[in-house]
Design a protein around this ligand. Structure first.
Ligand code: C2E
Ligand code: MG
Ligand code: MG
Length: 528
């Protein structure tokens, strides 16, 4: 439209100039035959010429204005395009800009017989820089990191900030030199994690990187390649790897498995596939069953019984651990309500649940609905649960204890094993992790630690429960080290509620010679 207007203006201008030449020519020709009418003709011609010149000037002015306007518009469009593909804070490309540039780079790489590599980088705990030093310092740090990346890489590389703390680099590498992408990734990682001086303060952050390359000459979708680099970066993060980690197909398979587990948990929860199993806990001296630890099992219609290590972490990640845990505890207490009232039921509470301010109310509601005495319930928490928010954990635990619920410190010895944690919450039981029992006969340290914990617990007047007793020798050893209560496969593997009920019913019956070949075992230990 604008181009047409410009062409029209140019045409009028040219027409006006031609008219001027023609008019001027006619005038001077007529002047040479001048006669009596000279004065009148000259006046008419003069007016026409003046009009012509005015028309030319007007046309020229319009033309210049139009050209200027078109330039301004093109400039604005160029700037808008740059802004749409740039991250305002760092000046690097944004996600869209990265995708476009990387796609162009990929085409170029294919033509040149090279290969596209993408490096995904995440800054570790960037939020804590903002929290500690303020957003201005955080923004300056981002710019410094962006500059360091740009200096480190050649100007063909596409460098982007994809979100708050996520960066990506795309570059073409030699397919015959496997180390090229890794060297570049390592270099950029070092540049980003060097110390920056901001407002007189030295600030240094950590970062993790993952690399993925497209097959040479392959038509690559940038989002797919970036996703692979992200997966590798997540692996680097969980392994706390200081070097970039390469993507491999196994990682993708694990991810697919993860998402299948995630969907399976949702479905399984709606269809009652998560059930409580019960592991007996015994008085190590008398051999009497004093309680059961409730352990979640996923009864999958195709895969059979699945252990908690497969699904608890995923349930925590996707925010379903509370629902899952409530389902397990509810079912366990419903079953155990009919058992001997002297039998205590221990349930596991994961660290994520201890950040839920309503946890105590939920548990108390379950107890009331089921009619299960609070004094029979033991809540097991691990030390790591206390790190997120000790005050909240303390208030949850205090509410539960006020109702009469007992509190156990699970897996003691595997974490910080801090005395301050032992003192900060009123634990009723300390559970020694099974890793110590596993090494009890081979490692002097393990038995020394068990003895130290039982002595300490004795001083605090808190009984010790030891996990993982697998053999008669383990039993004798932990008894000798002063443990009062224990559990483990020697006494019985985790079992269904029916099996647990049968086990309790059998306690008072004389044992038949071949009784319970497949049933869970219990040992009745003579006192002393
Ligand atoms: P935990 O609370 O320390 O549970 C003890 C684990 O040790 C159980 O594994 C149990 O089967 C295993 N175990 C017990 N005795 C022996 C033994 O003699 N030898 C060996 N090798 N292992 C033994 P499980 O059932 O796989 O549970 C693993 C962890 O999953 C539990 O550790 C607990 O942290 C978590 N968990 C289990 N159920 C739940 C649940 O309902 N909610 C939450 N939040 N976590 C749960
Ligand atoms: Mg436990
Ligand atoms: Mg444990």
């Amino acid at each position: 439209m604008r181009a047409r207007r410009r062409a029209l203006m140019l045409a009028i201008l040219i027409a006006a100039v031609l008219l001027l030449i023609w008019n001027g020519g006619t005038f001077f020709r007529q002047l040479s035959y001048a006669g009596a009418d000279l004065e009148r003709e000259a006046r008419i011609a003069g007016t026409a010429l003046t009009l012509n010149v005015a028309l030319i000037l007007f046309g020229w002015r319009q033309y210049v204005d139009l050209v200027h306007e078109a330039e301004l518009r093109a400039d604005g469009e160029r700037r808008a395009a740059v802004l749409a593909s740039t991250d305002a804070h760092s000046g690097l490309l944004n996600r869209k800009g990265f995708s476009d540039r990387a796609q162009a780079l990929s085409r170029q790489a294919r033509d040149d017989g090279r290969q596209l590599a993408i490096v995904s980088i995440q800054i570790n705990r960037f939020k804590s820089v903002n929290d500690r030093h303020g957003y201005e310092v955080g923004d300056t740090l981002l710019r410094s990191i962006a500059e360091a990346m740009t200096e480190e890489l050649d100007d063909q590389a596409a460098i982007a900030r994809l979100s708050g703390d996520e960066f990506a680099v795309a570059l073409a590498v030699d397919p015959d030199d496997a180390g090229e992408a890794e060297r570049a990734a390592h270099g950029v990682l070092q540049a980003m994690t060097s110390a920056f001086t901001i407002d007189g303060r030295m600030i240094q952050v950590g970062a993790f990187a993952g690399i993925a390359t497209a097959a040479p000459a392959a038509d690559v979708r940038i989002p797919d390649l970036l996703r692979r680099a992200d997966i590798a970066m997540e692996h680097a993060k969980s392994a706390r790897a200081a070097r970039p980690v390469w993507f491999d197909a196994g990682m993708e398979r694990a991810l697919i498995a993860h998402s299948e587990i995630e969907q399976g948990i949702r479905y399984g929860l709606d269809h009652g596939q998560f059930v409580p199993f019960f592991e007996p806990q015994l008085d190590l001296e008398t051999g009497e069953i004093v309680g059961f630890e409730v352990l979640a099992r996923w009864q999958h219609p195709l895969s059979g019984t699945i252990l908690p290590e497969v699904f608890i972490g995923v349930a925590e990640e996707i925010g379903l651990i509370g629902r899952l845990s409530e389902a397990i505890i509810g079912a366990a207490l419903t079953e155990a309500a009919a058992w001997d009232p002297a039998i205590r039921i221990s349930v596991n509470i994961s660290p994520v649940q201890l950040t839920d301010a309503w946890l105590a109310q939920r548990i108390v509601r379950l107890l009331t609905e089921i009619g299960f005495p609070a004094e029979r319930l033991v809540v097991e928490i691990t030390e790591s649960s206390l790190f997120a928010d000790l005050d909240l954990a303390r208030s949850i635990v205090t509410s539960l204890k006020n109702q009469g619920v007992r509190l156990a410190l699970d897996d003691f010895g595997t974490g910080f094993s801090s005395l301050s944690h032992l003192r900060s919450l009123p634990f009723d039981v300390i559970k020694i992790d099974r890793s110590f029992v596993a090494n009890i006969h081979s490692s002097k340290e393990s038995s020394a630690i068990i003895r130290a914990v039982t002595t300490l617990a004795g001083a605090l007047e808190v009984p010790v429960c030891v996990e993982g007793i697998e053999t008669e020798a383990d039993h004798a050893a932990v008894l000798g080290l002063g443990c009062a209560v224990g559990q483990g496969w020697y006494f019985g593997k985790p079992m269904t509620s029916e099996q647990a009920a049968q086990l309790l019913a059998r306690r008072n019956q004389p044992e038949a010679p071949d009784a319970g070949k497949n049933a869970p075992r219990t040992r009745k230990i003579a006192r002393g």
